[in-house]
Design a protein around this ligand. Structure first.
Ligand SMILES: Nc1ncnc2c1ncn2[C@@H]1O[C@H](COP(=O)(O)OP(=O)(O)O)[C@@H](O)[C@H]1O
Ligand SMILES: [Mg+2]
Length: 359
């Protein structure tokens, strides 16, 4: 027998064996649940030996690893867990808060820790209902073109279970919002594209994030749209805030442990000085002449990262310029600069090397 023939037979045997293995492998029941000590999954939230939680025993291929450096707001995370663990979700969960307060991260964290598959729909103004339903796609099979259904992420989550994250859903057009009414309510959802109605899976959890409550005219979030009260009342709302000093210090300590602690503290001091100027001391918007620029946790973390990446010989001002100051509107530049100088003084123009050696 020729070498080529032996190889062919070998390949065929291997494929047959592989097929058999796949067919005989026990099918994973992703709905199988296990009781786990809450402290084991959420050590930041629960003391040992207090609460037990139910979670999926097996990780579905659509599970997504969350940010290992995420530090949850305990009360917010616990309330979201109360919603998730309730026998049924009367309302969808709405996370509302300023940009970079950790809305998306919270949803990803919960999905990951509970072994729930996560389907993210990044909502934008030009998105239409078909984008969340799915579409027909053409594939080649045995030399022929075949058409098959491909469910969009929302329909997939609705049909097969998992967390459906409607991210930044206040950007949705009126048409998309009406298409989402039945979906957020958990009612049978008619997919126009496939002329098919799908029912909500018992383990489908719909979470929406939004910067606004859909007021539609926010100077800071100009792409947010007005949403009707009927839609908004289908959510249980949790309002996310920027972390307090203790939690933000913890975030930076996890994220940039090598930066001197005094520098980490000053970064947080500056972040809060900017938030005071933008949102007021109580973060409730009660401030005269607020600045529009927002120094979120996203910027805090990014600045700490780039201070290190820019190296010992570049100044704090150089990295701050790149992660924040350059994006500030022209008319706010001078006030925003003044705030930085007020917090950092002449340290702003010193290279990292000097700050590190001082500690
Ligand atoms: N609690 C937190 N712990 C750690 N990092 C955080 C936290 N909140 C926000 N961040 C940082 O800010 C970034 C933006 O968070 P994200 O959840 O996307 O904000 P939002 O969705 O509210 O705009 C994250 O990628 C992360 O780097
Ligand atoms: Mg987000």
């Amino acid at each position: 027998m020729s070498v080529a023939n032996t190889q062919k037979i070998d390949m065929a045997t291997q494929m047959a064996v592989a097929n058999e293995v796949v067919q005989s492998a026990p099918k994973v029941d992703y709905m199988e649940m296990e009781d786990v000590a809450a402290h084991k999954i959420f050590p930041d939230l629960f003391e040992p030996g207090t609460v037990k939680l139910k979670r999926r025993k097996h990780r579905h291929p659509d599970c997504i690893q969350s940010n290992p450096m995420y530090v949850p707001d305990p009360e917010m995370a616990k309330l979201a867990l109360v919603w998730l663990m309730a026998p049924k979700q009367m309302l969808a969960l709405g996370l509302q808060g300023h940009t970079g307060t950790g809305k998306t991260e919270l949803a990803m964290y919960l999905a990951d820790k509970l072994n729930l598959p996560l389907y993210i729909v990044k909502v934008h103004a030009r998105m239409n209902p078909q984008d969340i339903e799915g579409s027909y796609v053409i594939d080649a099979q045995d030399g022929h073109a075949v058409t098959h259904k491909e469910y969009g992420p929302a329909a997939k989550a609705y049909k097969t279970g998992g967390i459906l994250l409607l991210d930044e859903f206040d950007k949705a057009s009126g048409e998309l919002t009406s298409a989402m009414h039945l979906l957020v309510e958990g009612k049978p959802w008619p997919l126009e594209m496939f002329k098919e109605t799908i029912m909500k899976h018992s383990q489908c959890y719909v979470i929406g994030t939004a910067n606004t409550f859909g007021s539609g005219h926010d100077d800071r979030y100009i792409t947010s749209n007005q949403m009707d009260q009927a839609f908004l009342s289908r959510f249980m709302w949790l309002e996310t805030q920027y972390p307090d000093v203790v939690r933000e210090s913890k975030i930076l300590a996890t994220f940039a442990p090598k930066l001197p602690i005094s520098l980490r503290n000053d970064i947080i001091k500056l972040a809060n000085a900017y938030r005071d100027a933008a949102l007021g001391k109580n973060r409730d918007g009660d401030v005269d002449d607020p600045i529009q620029a927002i120094f979120s946790t996203r910027v805090v973390v990014a600045w700490a990262y780039y201070i290190q990446a820019f190296g010992l010989f570049r100044t704090l001002k150089q990295s701050l310029d790149c992660v924040f100051l350059k994006s500030v509107a022209e008319e706010e530049k001078s006030i925003v600069n003044d705030i930085a100088v007020k917090v950092f003084g002449d340290q702003l123009d010193k290279p990292l090397k000097e700050l590190v050696s001082k500690k």
